[in-house]
Structure formats: structure tokens, C-alpha cells
Ligand binder design. Structure first.
Ligand SMILES: O=C1O[C@H](COP(=O)(O)O)[C@@H](O)[C@H](O)[C@H]1O
Length: 266
């Protein structure tokens, strides 16, 4: 269990949320590039890619610290659906349409590591999970002894049921201790076959950010932050295990009525 609490930022509108998310992500980028000349980030699907694109594609101040350096980015996926990369359910396709295809040429080209269902047997999502774990091992394990990958940043969404990545409430995958990447064939949210980073990998990241917007998230946000019975929700487990490494970027409608202390600025 982490010793300290996550930060919950609340913004009046999409514009101010995007501005703060930009500062946060570029802060993580700059620290990572200074430290090891690469920024290793995992990205979710759902509502996250469009908010991230709004943050990163906006004109910046022109200062060095406010400039995306996509040539230094290694982009991985926090979860993916076992569908072709051009399928409308693909998280890769979503990120490509919202962000990757719109990056200005002078900001460089990221190295993108999709979870590509074409590389595995259709009926066997475990094969796809194994292949992606090998991809992570190639990227993170300079030595054979790396126990868990250390992402510089993992960007997460939170579903109205409290799921994050493809880790769903009450699902046995929440007890996974060894695998870096896991599969499921019984996702309660369609499509059923999915690949996901596991809880130990997510909580091992240096920084973890959730984006949760809209009144549709209000009930689950109260459960995650205020209610005893919400403690076992996947998003709450990440708060619990990663503590102050976790920052939530929410808008006012999503956190209306949440008692947990909220901040207005980074
Ligand atoms: O199915 C998924 O849902 C979550 C949450 O999506 P949101 O639209 O409520 O933000 C998302 O983070 C995940 O990547 C995706 O596969």
C-alpha cells in the first residue's frame, strides 16, 4: 500500500483541463528525456485520446519545456481490443485518428508499439498478450533481471463502472501478480476479447494520470474517492497501491459532490 494520497485536480472546462494535462505530460517527458533520453508512455483508449490530443496539439508558449519532443516518445498501449488495428473498436486506431496523424512534422515522429491482433491466432488472445509482453521486455529489459517495466507515464481512463485499462471490477485479472500483460475473453464491456497491462505494471510506473470528464463519471468518482465500498474498484486499487504517483484530471461535472480534497492547479 502507498503511504500518500493521489492528487485530484478539477477544472471548470475542457480547455483548462487540457492546459494542465499538457503541462503535466510535458513535465514527465522532460524529466524522462533528461534522465534516459527517451519517454516511455502507455496510453489508453476510450475518451482519453481526444483529451490528450487537445492538450498536446494546442499551440504552446514556444519555450523548450512546453514543447512536445515526439521523436523521444515510445508509445505503448495500456490496453487494446483483440481486433485489427484499423477496426473501429481499436484503441490504436483511435489514438492514430485523434493524435498520431496530426502531429506536426517539426515535432518529430514517435515510435509506436501497437498491440497487433494480426500477429496472433484469432482464437487465442493469450498469444497476443504473450507477444506484447515480449515487446515490452525488448524495450525495457536492458538486463535479463528486470522484474517489471518502469513506464515514465501511464495515461488512463476510468469507466463508469470503475474499470481502467481492461481491468474490470471483480475480475480475476485483478489478482494477477506475475504477468506484465494479460488477456481476457469475458470483458463486460464489448468487445469481449482484450489485452491489458496488469495492475503490478501500472502501479510500478513513475507517474500515472487518469482523465475523467462529464457528469456520467460523477457516481463512480464518489465511490472511488469517498466510499468504503469503492475500495476494490480497479481505479481505486491504483490509487491505493500507487498513492502520490497518481494524478486525476477531472472536470467539475465529474467530481461534483466528491468530498475528497480537490485542487484547481498543478
Ligand atoms: O474500454 C475501455 O474503456 C476505458 C474507459 O473509457 P472512457 O471512454 O470511459 O474513458 C478506457 O480507458 C480503455 O482504454 C478502453 O479500452
Amino acid at each position: 500500500m502507498a503511504s500518500s494520497a493521489p492528487s485530484l485536480y478539477s477544472f471548470p472546462d475542457a480547455q483548462s483541463l487540457a492546459q494542465s494535462l499538457r503541462s503535466y505530460v510535458l513535465g514527465c517527458q522532460n524529466t524522462a528525456v533528461t534522465r534516459h533520453d527517451v519517454f516511455r508512455v502507455a496510453v489508453s483508449g476510450g475518451s482519453l485520446p481526444s483529451v490528450l490530443a487537445k492538450a498536446l496539439l494546442a499551440p504552446g508558449t514556444g519555450s523548450q519545456e512546453d514543447t512536445p519532443r515526439f521523436d523521444k516518445w515510445d508509445i505503448f498501449f495500456a490496453d487494446e481490443r483483440a481486433v485489427p488495428l484499423d477496426h473501429e473498436d481499436s484503441n490504436y486506431r483511435l489514438l492514430k485518428d485523434e493524435l498520431l496523424d496530426k502531429i506536426p512534422a517539426d515535432q518529430g515522429t514517435p515510435r509506436v508499439h501497437p498491440i497487433d491482433a494480426e500477429h496472433a491466432n484469432d482464437d487465442d488472445p493469450q498469444e497476443l498478450a504473450d507477444l506484447y509482453q515480449e515487446e515490452l521486455m525488448r524495450s525495457f529489459a536492458a538486463k535479463d533481471s528486470v522484474k517489471l517495466p518502469v513506464f515514465d507515464l501511464i495515461l488512463l481512463g476510468c469507466g463508469p463502472d470503475g474499470h481502467t485499462c481492461s481491468l474490470f471490477p471483480g475480475h480475476e485479472l485483478l489478482r494477477e501478480k506475475d504477468a506484465w500483460v494479460a488477456c481476457l475473453s469475458d470483458s463486460p464491456k464489448p468487445p469481449p476479447k482484450r489485452i491489458t497491462l496488469t495492475l503490478p505494471v501500472v502501479t510500478h510506473a513513475l507517474n500515472i494520470a487518469f482523465v475523467a470528464t462529464g457528469a456520467g463519471k460523477q457516481t463512480i468518482m464518489k465511490q472511488i474517492f469517498d466510499a468504503e465500498e469503492g475500495r476494490e474498484l480497479p481505479s481505486a486499487l491504483i490509487n491505493h497501491h500507487a498513492g502520490d504517483k497518481v494524478s486525476w484530471f477531472a472536470d467539475h461535472p465529474a467530481v461534483n459532490g466528491v468530498a475528497f480534497p480537490k485542487r484547481g492547479n498543478l
